[in-house]
Design a binder for this molecule. Structure first.
Ligand SMILES: [Zn+2]
Length: 92
């Protein structure tokens, strides 16, 4: 009876593990890319809306209107630039 040496079995197991890990990495990368694409598309849609519908938005911190150039540059922002800067400083 032919006995397969143990190292062959180990090599095959390792190859399976590498394949499984590689597939998981590929799937995670595809998910990340899909999320980034969806986020970029949401930004474009929001920007179009701001440009075409004359949208204004109040800063959630100070209540002032967020300047239009900032809204177009950062179409999903909730804060004016000074409040965003302060918010980010607080978060650190
Ligand atoms: Zn503000």
């Amino acid at each position: 009876m032919f006995l397969r040496p143990d190292y062959i079995k180990e090599d095959m197991t390792m190859a399976d593990d590498v394949d499984i890990a590689s597939n998981a990495i590929d799937a995670a990368m595809e998910d990340t890319l899909a999320l980034r694409r969806a986020s970029a598309e949401a930004d474009m849609a929001a920007r179009r809306n701001i440009e075409n519908q004359n949208v204004t938005r109040e800063c959630c911190e100070c209540g002032e209107d967020i300047p239009r150039p900032r809204l177009i540059a950062a179409p999903r922002t909730k804060r004016c630039a000074p409040c965003q800067e302060e918010f980010e400083t607080r978060a650190r």
